[in-house]
Design a protein around this ligand. Structure first.
Ligand code: FAD
Length: 472
């Protein structure tokens, strides 16, 4: 036995390293096990690389589509250097990676590189193994947090083919800009990559089996996204199912047979196919089955304090089957640590999770969609206001989209907020605080929003609940 810890965390992604810092600050002796690189998906293959690329694609797109109209003359055609683009992305990741390593040292967290697994539970303590290249270490710990995250799902019978059939992981390390790209899946990852590649000049097609993009969002958001993407000439094949058995890969590209509702099968052609149909959780071979944890549904069931059916065994982040978002993983990590160290803890409340899509325009939402509220039998009032009535949106050169507030008609309390438009992901924070504090539409309408800002849209949308909006 190598040592005894208060807490061992398996997986050093956003959830795992956040939990480690929280626990260390509370005086626990912490072991953090990571098989690859601290920072996990979000830092190395998710949030940070995609957002770095989206900033670049957005700037390139603005130079091409707006600069001249705004009186900025650029000689010659702007070009993208993929090499420099990748270098910048790596530099941003590296800086943050160094930051996490520094925080581990500063907080005296023991980090072990290797594959972590629970080997035994004696009713009180857990035995955790770390498999390294040349040795296997064993540790004893009072508590365990599983934070092993997820990886891109690859539906059968698909296999990855370099530069032809790829997932988000490979797409982030491109060495060339494809002339055309077909994206399987119109969810968050599909829509974000569609934005990047459209803006840097690829012809983009999205194949989505449901009848709308972003199927988990409010229907009005999906409709507006469809309108805007169609205007940008991104080809949308909705209600369409790809026949993956019939996929044809050649030197020149990929042919995907697609069956669209009401049509006969036809072929979609592209230089490459990006698979963006969801994520598979890393829950196998880490000892959960042997402990009797039911992982048959593909995730680790936990209570509202992130604890499994075994006392002292917690799970956080993507593997728990809740929203697969970095801030959820971090938040759940804090709840889990607080639950093992304190008597009064605020439980995890999925309805208070802001959800963001960093496409252009961006989408951000929290709480219930209008359809969910109606399904629940709630009597609701809705206030909706367009960005074209907000001066700041016009100065920024993009007034597509709207904000929509959904309130309980009896209490006026806000139960859902949905935004599509410029910087929506920066705007949702105010509403997340509002929902935590159980704000009403009346209170939001009384809030003084500075002018000219995009935030003013909330004042207008709140007034619109009673038909009292000023600029619309
Ligand atoms: P991860 O970050 O996946 O970390 C799990 C870690 O555990 C990994 O480092 C892995 O190597 C390690 N591990 C796994 N098994 C073991 C083992 N047995 N032993 C030791 N280590 C192990 N979310 C957002 O909130 N905003 C975004 O903008 C956003 N953009 C995204 C873009 C893309 C393309 C993708 C793919 C995801 C994006 N996400 C975004 C989602 C976000 O990345 C995840 O929700 C988040 O990383 C989940 O954190 P986690 O701690 O649960 O798991």
């Amino acid at each position: 036995m190598d040592a005894f810890y208060d807490l061992a965390i398996i997986g050093g992604g956003t959830g795992g390293y956040t939990a480690a810092i929280r626990a260390a600050k509370k005086g626990l002796k912490v072991l953090l096990i990571e098989k690859d690189k601290l920072g996990g998906t979000c830092l190395h293959k998710g949030c940070i690389p995609t957002k770095t690329l989206l900033e670049c694609s957005s700037l390139f797109n603005k130079i091409n589509s707006l600069a001249s109209d705004w009186g900025i003359e650029i000689e010659g055609n702007p070009q993208i250097s993929v090499e420099k683009l990748m270098k910048r992305k790596e530099a941003v990741i590296h800086q943050l990676y160094q930051g996490i390593q520094y925080l581990m040292k500063k907080n005296k967290i023991q980090v072990e590189s290797g594959f972590g697994k629970i080997t035994k539970h004696d009713g009180r303590d857990f035995f955790v193994q770390v498999r390294k290249e040349k040795e296997v270490l064993e540790f004893k710990t009072s508590n365990v947090i599983i934070a092993t995250g997820s990886k891109p799902a690859l539906p059968s019978p698909l296999k990855l083919v370099r530069n032809k059939v790829v997932t988000s992981d490979q797409m982030l390390d491109m060495d060339d800009i494809p002339g055309s790209i077909a994206i399987l899946g119109g969810g968050v990852i599909g829509v974000e990559f569609a934005t990047i590649f459209h803006e840097i000049g690829s012809k983009v097609k999205i194949i989505e089996q449901q009848n709308r993009l972003l199927p988990f969002e409010d229907e009005d958001i999906s409709k507006e996204m469809k309108r805007i993407m169609t205007k940008k000439k991104i080809e949308l094949l909705l209600d369409s199912k790809a026949n993956l058995e019939g996929l044809n890969i050649s030197d020149t590209g990929v042919q995907i047979p697609v069956l669209r509702s009401g049509h006969t099968e036809f072929k979609v052609e592209a230089d490459l196919l990006l698979i963006a149909v969801g994520r598979t959780n890393n829950i196998k071979d880490i000892g959960l089955e042997q402990l009797g944890i039911d992982i048959s549904q593909g995730f680790v069931p936990v209570n509202e304090f992130q604890e499994t059916t075994i006392k002292g065994l917690y799970a956080i982040g993507d593997i728990t089957g809740s929203y697969q978002l970095a801030h959820v993983a971090a938040h759940q990590g804090i709840i889990a640590v607080d639950h093992m160290t304190e008597s009064e803890v605020h439980p995890y409340q999925p309805l208070l999770v802001p959800r963001c899509v960093y496409s252009h325009p961006q989408v951000a939402s929290i709480g219930l969609t209008e359809q969910e509220a109606i399904q629940k039998g709630l009597e609701i009032k809705v206030g909706k206001f367009p960005f074209k009535g907000i001066g700041r949106a016009l100065t920024l050169g993009n007034s597509d989209g709207f904000a929509k507030l959904i309130c309980d008609a009896r209490t006026d309390q806000i139960i859902g907020v949905h935004i599509i438009g410029t910087d929506a992901t920066e705007l949702i924070g105010e509403q997340a605080l509002g929902m935590l504090l159980e704000a009403t539409a009346w209170e939001v309408s009384l809030t003084i929003h500075p002018h000219p800002t995009l935030n003013e849209i909330f004042g207008e949308a709140a007034l619109a609940v009673e038909g009292q909006e000023i600029n619309g």
